[in-house]
Each structure stands twice: as structure tokens, then as C-alpha cells.
Design a protein around this ligand. Structure first.
Ligand SMILES: *[C@@H]1O[C@H](CO)[C@@H](O)[C@H](O)[C@H]1NC(C)=O
Ligand SMILES: *[C@@H]1O[C@H](CO)[C@@H](O)[C@H](O)[C@H]1NC(C)=O
Ligand SMILES: *[C@@H]1O[C@H](CO)[C@@H](O)[C@H](O)[C@H]1NC(C)=O
Length: 510
């Protein structure tokens, strides 16, 4: 606790400094004093969208904690071989408003010869620009899995362990595939959507159990993406593509619980959680058809804290009673809370009296200092995006959780609110009266979420779940007669001869 408090004070102090300087217009950047870093400068880290960071610094080498202007840096990315053209999408760096920028780029083909990344400030090189990525630099659709999983994890800077994964697997010291085959379809296939997967020799096979299985497109796409990057263990498992976690048996029960992989966990079930389909899909589709994802949101967090409206904000569907309560509270305390329901489905009869609020884009949320996060059917999947903004999140207590919640501390990274919302108004008042502390909590939550919700961490998480599962399984993963292969997308337009080590070469090296 003391450590937490110390860290809070340090952050607070840094913040005081930054506030002093938020009016230092026209500071001269010291291009060579700026820092450029991140996995997007490492050819071994293959991600759908690669990314790196730029930290602005002044001529004295002091890092800026406010934006030096959104057009401060220009980035050019080209093929290393002269005269060679690579199809590559290079948007402008995203201004995170705190002196740092996030640079995303997406390769549409592989750069066999390598890439040159130039970062400039008014025609002067920034950091140690140019950065050279020796070839081959693969794009997302290259099917060139690394044979050595540990080397891949190390390149991806995967954490050595994830507390949630350890906790989830503590109910499953051993996994009997034969038993699952008999029990899982019988118990759960009527409950919505369940997909039975087998991965054999890095090829994905599956069959669908249940009626609502369309969301298998989301589990398919991440499994295929992962299999293109790293050799997966042979493994047979079940992914629940419905909303609710399924396994209500507890560790000591007889018969015991079975391991079901789900996108949402709850305190009264034993499902093994995966990152939600929402953040996973939007990560895969970043810079290509999704409007909001874990990276883009970081450059769209609205006005600086001081210029945000000091009210709590909520817009969403009517998927839970408490969301309607928010609207009632907002009528009673319009100076504290702006809440509206944008679509009625579960409580249609209430629409007449309550009125429907018009839809607003997600980034508009960050016009407001405080964000209310109330569960939907299960956990509200907007929570990770809200945490990446620079508003204070007021989170309803909930039995539901996503894969990264166990890292967050209520009161340090967000403000907790009782499930029945009876203390919400009091909490908003507290935040208004303690603006500085509120800002510090918002900042702490943002800093930690930026770390936890990086795309490479999502891949690490999926891989680690499959790996631990495979270690504990007994019996041979089998391609059952009613399973279909899930093919890798064909990518004729792109040249991607795999030049990385094959399994046998790597063995020789070891
Ligand atoms: C500036 O920020 C970069 C990136 O976070 C960091 O590596 C560096 O140590 C910082 N420099 C100073 C002087 O604080
Ligand atoms: C707040 O907005 C005003 C008007 O756009 C701007 O001049 C000012 O610099 C902003 N303040 C901060 C702290 O960003
Ligand atoms: C709300 O929940 C709290 C804690 O569970 C309880 O003490 C309180 O009486 C509840 N308030 C209402 C209005 O139901």
C-alpha cells in the first residue's frame, strides 16, 4: 500500500510540473534529445499493425509532458533496397497529448530487403533516425511461424507470467481430453455457441456446437493470425463464443469443472478468460475498417484535462437495469451526470418515458472528465477503451471481468462505484472537489492500461493460454470426423517466402 501511495505522490508531483508548463507555448524541441522506441522498429515482431513511440524533449533533454503540436513529427517509411516499392500505410503519428506520440503503420506486403524508418522534426532527424529494419520484414498475412516459441515470446516481450492465467488454470491441474469430449458438448452445446477446436501441426480445425456460432469468425481470425507467427502446440479445446461464462462447478466439486475458454469471466464461474473478441478483432483490423481500437483511441482522447467538461458521461444500450437508473440520476443531477440510452431492446416499454438519446461517436466521450462504466449483458467491453482515455473511469462493481482487470486496483486506477449505483453521485462530487486526485487516478489508469493493452500483449496472452493448456492436457489432440480445417487466407498478391529459421535449423543452433 505504501508503495502505491509513494508512486501516486510521484505521479502527482510530475503532474504538477506538467501543469506549470502547459502554457509554455513555443518551446523549441531538441530533435536529437527525443526518444524513439517500440516493437515497430524490430523486424522480428510481426503484428497486423506495427507501432512505435516518440517522446518529445526540449533542447535541454527534458521530456515534454504536454503536446508540442500535433504536426511536430513526420515519419517516412520506405523499402531499404533503393528503387524498390513496398505497399505500406503510413498515417500521421498520433498525438497522445502528453508529450508522447504513437506511430502506427501497416504493411500490405513483406519488405524482403528491409525497411528504413525516418522520423523528422522540421527536416531534422529525431532520436537516432533513420532506423533500419533488416529484411525480411513480414506483413500480417505471411504464414511464416517461428518454430521456437520461447524466442518468439522474448521478441514479443511477453511477461513471464500473467496472474489471471495462473488463477484460471489453478482449477485445472490436468485436462482429460476424453472426458471433455463426452461432457462438454452434452452440457454446453444448448447454451448458445461453443466451438470445438483442434490445432494439429499448426493447422486449425473446428466444429461448431450450438445455435449461435457466428462469432467463431473472431476466434478463427486470432488463432490463424497467431499460427502465422509462431508454431502452436498440438492442442484440443473449446471456445465459448456466447456472452456468458459457462462453468459453474467449483474446484472441489465432484465431478469437477471442465475448462472452457471464454471472452468474459465471472466470480461464480470457472471459465478460462481470453481477451474479448472486441479488443482482439479491433486490434487485428486497426487502420483498416474499424474506427476505434486499442491504439487509435490513444490519439483521440479529447481536450486536455483542464478543458474537459467536469461531468460524468454515459451513452449506451439498455442492456441492464442500472443503465436506466443512470438516466434517472442524470435528470435529477444534470450538473453532475449526462447519461442517455441510445437503443432500447430489453426495456422497450421504458423508451416512451425515457426518450432515446442520439448516438455520439466514441471519441466524443472524452470531452468529459468522468466516464461511467456500467455492465451490459456481461462486462462492458468499452472499459479498456475508457481506461486508455485520459478521463477518470467510475466503474460499477461487478462479478464480471476481462483478462486484464486483475492488474487494476480500485481507487488507484479507477474509482469503484457500488453495483446498485447508490454512491455514484457522491463519487462524482468527490472527483469534482478533489480535481487533482481525480486526475492522478485517471493518469495512473491510463499509464497501466497502455502497458497491459498493447497488441503484442494480446498475442502473448492467447499463446500462453494455449501453451499452458497443452502442457496439462492428457490424451492426444484429435481431428474429429466432423471438424473442418480453417484455412489461412490466401495472399497471392504478396511475396512472402519464409526465410526465417525452420524447426530443424533452430534445433541445430541449440
Ligand atoms: C524521456 O522519456 C523516455 C521515454 O519514456 C525515457 O526513456 C527517458 O529516460 C526520458 N528522459 C528523461 C530525461 O527523463
Ligand atoms: C484550453 O482551451 C483553450 C481554448 O481552445 C486553449 O487556449 C488552452 O490552451 C487550453 N488549455 C489547456 C490546458 O490545454
Ligand atoms: C446499495 O448497495 C449497498 C451495498 O450493497 C447497500 O448497503 C445499500 O443499502 C443499497 N442501496 C439501495 C438503495 O438499495
Amino acid at each position: 500500500m505504501d508503495q502505491h501511495a509513494d508512486r501516486l505522490r510521484l505521479k502527482a508531483f510530475l503532474y504538477l510540473l506538467s501543469l506549470f508548463c502547459s502554457s509554455c507555448e513555443g518551446v523549441e524541441l531538441g530533435p536529437d534529445r527525443c526518444t524513439v522506441w517500440g516493437s515497430g522498429l524490430d523486424p522480428n515482431v510481426v503484428l497486423p499493425v506495427r507501432y512505435f513511440y516518440i517522446q518529445a524533449a526540449d533542447e535541454a533533454g527534458q521530456n515534454l509532458t504536454y503536446s508540442p503540436g500535433k504536426d511536430s513529427f513526420q515519419v517516412r517509411i520506405t523499402a531499404l533496397a533503393p528503387g524498390k516499392h513496398v505497399r505500406i500505410h503510413v498515417p500521421r503519428p498520433l498525438d497522445r497529448g502528453d508529450g508522447s506520440f504513437l506511430m502506427l503503420y501497416r504493411l500490405y506486403e513483406s519488405a524482403t530487403s528491409g525497411l528504413k524508418v525516418e522520423v523528422q522534426h522540421r527536416d531534422r532527424p529525431v532520436g537516432r533516425s533513420p532506423y533500419i529494419l533488416p529484411g525480411p520484414v513480414y506483413h500480417e498475412y505471411c504464414d511464416c511461424p517461428k518454430a521456437n516459441g520461447a524466442a518468439w515470446q522474448s521478441a514479443m516481450t511477453c511477461p513471464s507470467y500473467e496472474p489471471q492465467i495462473l488463477k484460471d488454470f489453478s482449477s485445472f491441474p490436468s485436462i482429460d481430453l476424453q472426458r471433455l469430449l463426452q461432457e462438454v458438448p452434452r452440457r454446453f452445446s444448448q447454451r448458445g455457441g461453443l466451438i470445438h477446436y483442434t490445432v494439429l501441426n499448426n493447422q486449425v480445425y473446428r466444429r461448431s456446437l450450438g445455435r449461435y456460432t457466428d462469432f467463431k469468425m473472431f476466434s478463427d481470425e486470432i488463432l490463424l493470425s497467431l499460427a502465422r507467427k509462431v508454431q502452436l502446440p498440438d492442442v484440443e479445446f473449446y471456445i465459448n463464443v456466447g456472452d456468458w461464462p459457462l462453468e459453474t462447478r467449483k474446484a472441489g466439486d465432484l465431478p469437477g469443472p471442465v475448462p472452457i475458454l471464454s471472452w468474459c469471466g465471472s466470480t461464480d464461474t470457472r471459465d478460462i478468460v481470453l481477451p474479448t473478441y472486441d479488443i482482439t478483432h479491433s486490434m487485428l483490423e486497426t487502420l483498416r475498417g474499424v474506427s476505434n481500437d486499442l491504439l487509435s483511441v490513444q490519439g483521440n482522447t479529447g481536450p486536455s484535462w483542464a478543458n474537459k467538461t467536469d461531468k460524468a458521461f454515459f451513452r449506451g444500450r439498455d442492456s441492464r437495469e442500472e443503465r436506466l437508473q443512470l438516466v434517472a440520476l442524470s435528470r435529477k443531477y444534470p450538473e453532475l451526470l449526462d447519461a442517455g440510452i441510445t437503443a432500447f431492446f430489453f426495456f422497450r416499454e421504458r423508451e416512451k418515458d425515457m426518450g432515446k438519446a442520439s448516438l455520439v461517436g466514441f471519441f466524443h466521450f472524452f470531452q468529459f472528465k468522468y466516464q461511467v462504466n456500467v455492465d451490459g449483458t456481461v462486462a462492458a467491453y468499452r472499459f479498456p477503451y475508457l481506461m486508455l482515455g485520459d478521463s477518470l473511469v467510475l466503474k460499477q462493481d461487478s462479478p464480471y471481468y476481462e483478462h486484464f482487470y486483475s492488474h487494476l486496483r480500485p481507487g488507484t486506477h479507477y474509482l469503484p462505484v457500488l453495483r446498485n449505483l447508490s454512491d455514484l453521485i457522491e463519487k462524482i462530487r468527490w472527483a469534482k472537489e478533489n480535481d487533482f486526485e481525480a486526475q492522478v487516478i485517471a493518469k495512473n489508469g491510463q499509464i497501466l492500461s497502455r502497458e497491459l493493452l498493447q497488441p503484442n500483449r494480446l498475442y502473448c496472452y492467447y499463446y500462453s493460454v494455449l501453451q499452458i493448456y497443452a502442457q496439462r492436457q492428457h490424451g492426444r489432440p484429435t481431428v474429429h470426423p466432423d471438424m473442418d480445417p480453417v484455412p489461412q487466407p490466401s495472399d497471392h498478391s504478396a511475396d512472402c517466402e519464409c526465410q526465417q529459421e525452420t524447426a530443424s535449423q533452430e534445433k541445430d543452433e541449440l
